[in-house]
Design a protein around this ligand. Structure first.
Ligand code: ATP
Length: 209
């Protein structure tokens, strides 16, 4: 555990590649009593109509990146970020401080046996690993990721592969993990794994808090 994490409430950083099953596992932990803080959801809310990031996005990128309802135009922004080298850093400079403060606010209010931060890009973002007590990686093969994301989103295989290529590799994620859930099997195979980790986290939280 890092010093920063030690001074705070016991917390899990839950991560995994696109389509690995982060939301599925997070929901199962929540059903057992964990408190969830979903950084993706927070990012969506910040860029929704009236969201706190919208004025800065307008100032930084212009009205062309806002949809008719006033939300950030996510499709347009994603295409831009893939083609314009500086766009990703500019968008992150707008979003990351807001995500951080909103995440801390949600964490301070969260009830539950322990905290679970759902952070898709935890391994890529450096600082998150210091923020949490343990890193939980939801792992599955690349073939499984591609199949799940294609059937859920209608993206093509090459589009899914492009998103995966912009994320940490499976091995990089596993190297950062304290705990791993294997999600190559069916949903039932998750139950004993989630039960075991929940029991571990509940006892570590009781000893820590
Ligand atoms: P994203 O990174 O895209 O937000 P995620 O990591 O949160 O995805 P989920 O949304 O939990 O992943 O899962 C992706 C899709 O795969 C969902 O449609 C989910 O219902 C399905 N899925 C997840 N795990 C399993 C499983 N073990 N068996 C069958 N389907 C699964």
């Amino acid at each position: 555990m890092s010093d920063a994490a030690a001074s705070r409430r016991f917390s899990i950083g839950l991560t995994g590649g696109i389509g690995s099953g982060k939301t599925t596992v997070a929901d199962m932990l929540q059903a057992r009593g964990a408190a969830l803080v979903d950084t993706d959801l927070i990012a969506h809310q910040l860029t929704a109509p009236g969201g706190a990031a919208i004025p800065a996005i307008r100032a930084q990128f212009g009205d062309a990146f806002l949809a008719a309802d006033g939300a950030m135009d996510r499709v347009r922004m994603r295409e831009y970020v893939f083609t314009e080298p500086t766009a990703k850093a500019r968008l992150e400079a707008v979003l990351h401080p807001l995500i951080r403060s909103e995440t801390e606010r949600a964490a301070a209010e969260a009830k539950g046996t322990y905290l679970v931060f759902v952070v898709p890009l935890l391994v890529e973002s450096g600082s998150w690993k210091q923020r949490v007590s343990r890193v939980l990686v939801v792992d599955c093969s690349e073939q499984t990721q591609i199949r799940r994301v294609m059937s859920r989103s209608g993206l093509s295989e090459s589009q899914v592969r492009a998103i995966m290529a912009a994320q940490a590799s499976r091995l990089e994620r596993l190297a950062a993990a304290d705990d791993v859930i294997d999600n190559d099997g069916d949903a039932l195979a998750l139950v004993p794994q989630v039960d075991r980790l929940h029991a571990l986290y509940a006892s570590l939280a009781a000893a820590h808090d």
